[in-house]
Design a protein around this ligand. Sequence first.
Ligand code: ADP
Ligand code: TRP
Length: 323
Amino acid sequence: MKRILSGIQPTGIIHLGNYFGAIHNWLALQKKFDCVFFIADLHALTVYQKPEELRRNTLNLLKIYLASGLNPDKHIIFRQSDVQEHIELGWILNCVTPIAELERMTQFKDKSKQHKENINAGLFTYPCLMAADILLYDTDFVPVGEDQVQHVELTRAIAQKFNNLYADILKLPQAKINKISARLKGLDNPEKKMSKSAASEYNYIALTDSADLIRKKIKKAVTDSGSEIKYGADRPAISNLMTIYSLTTGLDFSQIEKKFNGKGYADFKSDLAEQIVKFTQPIQKKFQAVSDDQAEKILSDGAERARKIAGQKMEQIKDAVGL
Ligand code: ADP
Ligand code: TRP
């Protein structure tokens, strides 16, 4: 069976962009692939995190994974920092990755602008650690949002370079994107991706937002000029809202257009808010039902299973490089 692997950083909120760009796609893939899902807590350190919050956010993200329907009985779910091989291989890959490649990375450029006071070396070499995450498990596919494709491409280049230098033992992975949900846009600015690091919380809807807050946020979401509910490249705001409508209801764009034919933005928005509430409420209920102890237990079981695979691979790699 082919293997997929993916992870999210535990940096606070999970918004609809993260959910539909990543987790939602993983659910369907669980049926067809051998899956490894993890919580990228080491990656989160590239932006300063308060220790207590990082611990809390890690458990909460695991609860979101479970509440969304990821299955820890069948697949491996773990916390990155529990498996030390990630750091070990990360270092080796640091030593084969050209600085010039890292300098091209859009996420590095964006985050250095956002966090001018803390442009640390980890932020720069982040893709080497991400490459280690992927390569340790002989991953075939990496399901992520569009913003991460550049990192997966670089992972391939790093693996290729390693294989040429040492031994042909690293498998070249491929990014796997869902076209519709690959890049949800901000509610307050449909030109840019929905992001938890946006200046205003009106940019995104978090999976854990209350029904009232969801209604408020959708009401405030910017719209295009005109009044028709119609999808099109020249109408980025309504197209983004229609994408969210489609993802939460399963209707396609022409069905949505038909449903709201003759109606205006206000009707559409109030229905959209209710669809999002209906979609998020069961996830919130399940989230509340998982205890911290259950979450910890799942993480420690997952780490044990992950270490078995990562440990074997690491021995092969160390042998190849002469360590
Ligand atoms: P953020 O960019 O909000 O800090 P992360 O970097 O933790 O989020 O991303 C976690 C996952 O969510 C990645 O797979 C990423 O590609 C996906 N993702 C993030 N933002 C979006 C978005 N606006 N649309 C679709 N997918 C997204
Ligand atoms: N870089 C990803 C993000 O910011 C998180 C991540 C770390 C990841 N390692 C990974 C995703 C390996 C997929 C595979 O969202």
